[in-house]
Design a protein around this ligand. Structure first.
Ligand SMILES: [Zn+2]
Length: 148
């Protein structure tokens, strides 16, 4: 079976959140974990079904399997709940960087984060990976305790 590429997965999710697509984990949880229909989930988050399936496919690839993606999505959601986007959609449907106060096209939001806020991206990825490690440790402790 394919291994989970945790770094690549966290990297992908962190960039999505910081770039303003912070609904990605909610959308994927509803679609992949809860098995809701792609049309209703896509509609709810104002994305296309094609985009939703694209997100799911990328996350499944990085997770190694769909079953693992279903397990990891709620965990990543939990550990990233306090991570806020840098680029946000405003009331005029424009994407604005909260730090530079510039408007960027939606499709350039992630590139903007990667290019101008690499330090924040790096810190966010590091934080998420540390929390995942911590989560794994705690889980193992629980398993060991219940087995004894
Ligand atoms: Zn900026």
């Amino acid at each position: 079976m394919k291994q989970m590429d945790t770094k690549s997965l966290v990297n992908y999710i962190a960039l999505k959140i910081l770039g303003g697509s912070d609904y990605i984990l909610d959308a994927l949880e509803e679609y992949l974990v809860n098995g809701e229909g792609p049309a209703s989930v896509a509609y709810k988050y104002q994305i296309s079904k094609h985009q939703l399936r694209g997100y799911a496919q990328r996350v499944i690839e990085k997770s190694g399997s769909e079953a693992r993606a279903r397990k990891i999505i709620p965990i990543i959601k939990q550990i990233s709940s306090d991570i806020k986007p840098i680029v946000k959609k405003n009331e005029k449907d424009l994407y604005v960087c909260e730090i530079c106060k510039v408007t960027v096209a939606k499709e350039d939001a992630e590139e903007h984060v990667r290019k101008y806020h690499k330090d924040i991206l790096t810190t966010t990825i590091k934080t998420m990976l540390e929390r995942l490690e911590q989560y794994k440790k705690e889980k193992q402790t629980v398993i060991l305790t219940s087995a004894s």
